[in-house]
Design a protein around this ligand. Structure first.
Ligand code: PGA
Length: 254
């Protein structure tokens, strides 16, 4: 059975001491709960706090991921962080192709594919984000846009590599806007993504891939979104910055 995953994407938020407080708070809350074995919590703070988060994670019930990685292996790439570095810090996950990176930093599907390759080479599981912008949904192109992102970002992988991928569907119009996709919209897209995976890799493998929903996911809507048959958890932005809210979302699985 595929894993249920709740991943917190802190984005570019928190000072060192705020990060420390949030991690401490989250750890205390997680300690009080009995998480089902098939639920994985992941925290993705900014690079400077990864080590601190890993120290907390060692004593607790969550894993740590980065928010971005270089497509290059090593060398003269000022400001970049490599997959080898993340591996040497014992990180397990990394977000790739978030719409903010695609939008503000012009990341293409080809670049996303290169980053995915780098991560897999270094035993880090990519959380690959896909999703359409509002104009694309309004003109009915959302299924095609996401198909292209999935095909160009991931379909060069072997079946063995594909097993390590987590996909996050994040409609861009729902990110940080308070506008959530309806359960019908989320389920339709998640089923679409799984059918693409089935056609390319077969049903058995497609059924093992966790597909997360992201975009204004909150404690008040998580349960109904996660109840959709093809929604296997969430990638949480704003609500991951408050331990109570993040925990409220995790509790949708308890
Ligand atoms: P949001 O962000 O939960 O603040 O909408 C989700 C994301 O961008 O991963």
């Amino acid at each position: 059975m595929r894993k249920h995953i709740v991943a917190g994407n802190w984005k570019m938020n928190m000072t060192f001491s705020e990060a420390d407080d949030l991690l401490n708070d989250l750890m205390e809350k997680l300690e009080k709960e009995e998480l089902p074995r098939d639920v994985q919590v992941i925290v993705c703070p900014p690079f400077p706090y990864l080590e601190m988060a890993s120290d907390y994670a060692n004593d607790s019930y969550f894993a740590v991921g980065a928010q971005n990685v270089s497509d290059q292996e090593k060398g003269a790439y000022t400001g970049e962080v490599s997959a080898a570095m993340l591996e040497s810090c014992e990180l397990d996950y990394c977000i790739v192709g978030h719409s903010e990176r695609r939008g503000y930093y012009h990341e293409t599907n080809a670049l996303v594919a290169a980053k995915v390759d780098r991560l897999l080479m270094h035993n880090i599981r990519p959380i690959v984000c896909v999703g359409e912008v509002l104009a694309e949904r309004e003109s009915g192109q959302q299924l095609d846009v996401v198909r292209k992102q999935v095909e160009e970002g991931l379909f060069h992988l072997t079946a063995e590599q594909m097993k390590n991928i987590i996909i996050a569907y994040e409609p861009v119009w729902a990110i940080g806007t308070g506008k959530t996709a309806t359960t019908e919209q989320a389920q339709e897209m998640h089923a679409h993504i799984r059918s693409l995976l089935t056609a390319k890799y077969g049903k058995e493998l497609a059924d093992e891939i966790s597909i997360l929903y992201g975009g204004s996911c909150k404690p008040t809507n998580a349960k109904e979104l996660f109840a959709c048959p093809d929604v296997d958890g969430g990638l949480i932005g704003g609500a991951s910055l408050k331990a109570d809210d993040f925990m409220g979302i995790i509790k949708a699985f308890i």
